[in-house]
Ligand binder design. Structure first.
Ligand SMILES: [Zn+2]
Length: 395
């Protein structure tokens, strides 16, 4: 391109970029069928398409690399398939195993196993018939919180669950946000009545996977500035905004005090410690407390929208992150996660889009050595800490 051509091309661009009010010559009226540069009169009033009906199709020509099977076998540490609480619809166990085989998922951790007979049902249906394919966690019974010897009762219950075959303890977000004693007071995450339970998990060498708080937007007003407006409109009970709820920060502080109080227990702070919007905070948590691990169940959207920062985080904390989904059981669901972790694909839908918010995600193209740790090595190390053999032999 000659200098002269470049100069005239630049003039053309400058004319295009000029704000409407500053045009050098009078602009033609668009209503006369000519192409103008001003917004149409009354354009704002015409923008009445409802958000729920807006389904733009991306015109981006970007390569899509579909990953049918994970590069290394996977341990999914956050699932609820065929659990004791019936969180998801029941699936034929053989179909579950087929999905796992098709995607290179070796083992699935069923977190919500409850205790007693309900736990036993999950063990009998999922764990025993498919050796090595399923791990089940138990839970604490909060209906007994007012019992005078609650701590000892729960330690005994925990021992029973381990004897039956449970290999971890799951704590739902109701601790801190919903569980109350008979006086109506919320039970704090660092309530001392729970200390003996966390200690017992450390003694047995089983991890405690704990869900505390929720996305930051759930603690903000549900209005037109809330990035999870549609999700909170669909699930108004997921909003924890208002004076009746503790703040997100105070709940996380209580959780982290509890982690620090039990250095011999391994805690898995679920959902990326439940603050993937603030990876500086998660970094600080992992730097300060070596007994804490994280996983990314249902947080692909949050991490995928900050690919550079997340990649840096995944590489720095490659020994502390485990693969978790918390998204049902589906081949396409797993493949979407593999694409995010393994490829450098740009601007694609996270699994469940637009459920958590209207943004796209970007692949992290993680190095092989990091992928292998996140897919299974870190989880194998944590489950390898099990020291409850005597209990397991007892039953
Ligand atoms: Zn979950």
């Amino acid at each position: 391109m000659s200098i002269k051509l470049i100069v005239s091309y630049c003039f053309f661009l400058a004319a295009l970029a000029r704000p409407a009010g500053q045009s050098a010559a009078p602009q033609p009226d668009q209503s006369q069928g000519q192409i103008g540069y001003k917004s149409a009169a009354g354009a704002d009033e015409k923008k009445t398409l409802l958000l729920k009906d807006f389904h733009p199709v991306s015109m981006l020509h970007a390569p899509a690399h579909n990953v049918d099977r994970a590069k290394y076998y996977v341990i999914d540490v956050h699932n609820h398939v065929n659990d004791a609480m019936r969180i998801d619809d029941h699936m034929a166990p053989r179909r579950v195993v087929e999905i796992m085989d098709n995607t290179n998922v070796k083992t699935v951790v069923i977190l919500t196993g409850m205790w007693g007979d309900k736990l036993q049902q999950v063990i009998d249906e999922m764990v025993k018939p498919y050796p090595g394919r399923f791990i089940v966690f138990s839970q604490i019974d909060f209906s007994k919180i007012d019992d005078p010897n609650y701590s000892q009762e729960m330690v005994a219950q925990l021992d029973d669950t381990v004897a039956r075959g449970a290999r971890g303890l799951k704590q739902l977000k109701d601790l801190g946000l919903g569980v109350r004693d008979k006086s109506g007071k919320l039970i704090a995450i660092d309530d001392p009545r729970l200390d003996p339970i966390w200690e017992e998990c450390g003694r047995l060498g089983i991890p405690v996977s704990i869900h505390s708080t929720d996305p930051e937007a759930f603690f903000r007003p549900v209005d037109n500035t809330n990035e999870r407006y549609e999700e909170l409109t669909e699930h108004p009970d997921w909003s924890f905004y208002g004076p009746e709820f503790p703040t997100k920060e105070s709940l996380l502080a209580a959780r982290d005090r509890m982690f620090a109080k039990h250095p011999h227990t391994t805690f898995v702070a679920l959902h990326m410690a439940n603050w993937p919007e603030n990876l500086d905070y998660v970094s600080h948590l992992l730097d300060t407390l070596p007994n804490v691990m994280v996983e990314f169940g249902a947080r692909e959207a949050e991490l995928g929208r900050q690919p550079r920062r997340a990649r840096e985080f995944f590489i720095k904390y490659q020994d502390r992150i485990m693969f978790g989904t918390d998204n049902g059981m589906d081949e396409a669901m797993y493949r979407n996660h593999f694409r995010w972790l393994e490829t450098g694909d740009e601007s694609f839908d996270y699994w469940g889009y637009p459920g958590q918010g209207r943004w796209e995600i970007y692949g992290m193209e993680l190095p092989d050595s990091v992928l292998e740790k996140i897919y299974h090595k870190n989880a194998e190390r944590i489950f390898g800490q099990f020291r409850g053999e005597a209990l397991a032999r007892g039953k």
